[in-house]
Design a protein around this ligand. Structure first.
Ligand SMILES: C[S@@+](CC[C@H](N)C(=O)[O-])C[C@H]1O[C@@H](n2cnc3c(N)ncnc32)[C@H](O)[C@@H]1O
Length: 228
């Protein structure tokens, strides 16, 4: 589960280090969970992205999040903390070991039962959902983002926001495909298609935030079925 791309940050290392050491502190349980995940190389969102979410959630005040990729539940717990006791998170995870860890963490820290974990493959589970959300956070299998995005957008309110993490492949997503190692060509192609499609879609307002390995952010502007 090691994310080699996190060692190639999109921003200069001194700037990344500044952001990692000067952000707003997390409450003790979340800070401990973050430290223990990093110590064990569990692939949670990088700290500069944690800080970005701390700022953004306090400006926008969303009350519901759909997450793809729970891992041990760190970002789901972060979102519920940032939304306050009225906030709700539905989070999807398929890996049995992660599900066990997340269940233990949610039992310990999700005091107000704000988080619902849905277990199974995200593509299958998306087709069963009926609620709509203020925010979707896609943080699962990068090659699947382009295929899952239409179903995710269908579950987001008009005016709502989709964040997609780790879209830059250490900046190589803009390199010619001939320079990409064979084992990474599929991910490269799908991420490139994702970026091109999202920025070309007139009913999405998109930007790319160079934090971690790149955080793609878009606002859903129309009540329609999106196709890419
Ligand atoms: C980067 S981690 C998520 C980290 C988490 N969002 C955090 O920051 O605390 C990605 C997770 O997505 C899960 N995953 C990958 N593909 C998936 C899929 N198709 N359906 C459900 N979960 C998936 C992996 O098992 C892994 O635990």
């Amino acid at each position: 589960m090691h994310n080699e791309m996190l060692h190639h940050p999109a921003i200069p290392v001194p700037l990344r280090n500044f952001l990692r050491s000067h952000g707003q502190p997390l409450p003790a349980p979340l800070a401990e969970l973050e430290t223990s995940a990093r110590d064990r190389d569990v692939p949670i969102i990088p700290h500069e992205t944690v800080d970005y979410f701390q700022t953004w959630f306090r400006q926008v005040h969303p009350t519901s999040v759909l997450e793809l990729g729970t891992a041990i539940g760190f970002s789901a717990l972060l979102f519920s903390h940032l939304m306050g006791s009225q906030g709700k998170v539905s989070t999807i995870e398929r890996a049995p070991t992660m599900i066990d860890h997340a269940r233990a963490n949610l039992a310990q820290y999700d005091h107000h039962h704000q988080i619902t974990m849905l277990t199974g493959d995200a593509t299958d589970i998306l087709s069963t959902l009926t609620d709509t959300y203020d925010v979707a956070f896609m943080d699962s299998a990068k090659a699947q983002y382009i295929h899952q995005l239409p179903a995710v957008l269908a579950r987001v309110k008009v005016g709502g926001t989709v964040f997609i993490d780790d879209v830059l492949q250490g900046g190589t997503v803009f390199s010619p495909e001939t320079e990409i190692p064979h084992r990474l060509k599929g991910i490269h192609r799908n991420l490139r298609q994702l970026l091109d499609s999202v920025f070309a879609e007139p009913d999405l307002t998109a930007t790319l935030i160079p934090l971690g390995d790149g955080l793609l952010m878009m606002t859903k502007n129309a009540d329609k079925a999106y196709h890419f």
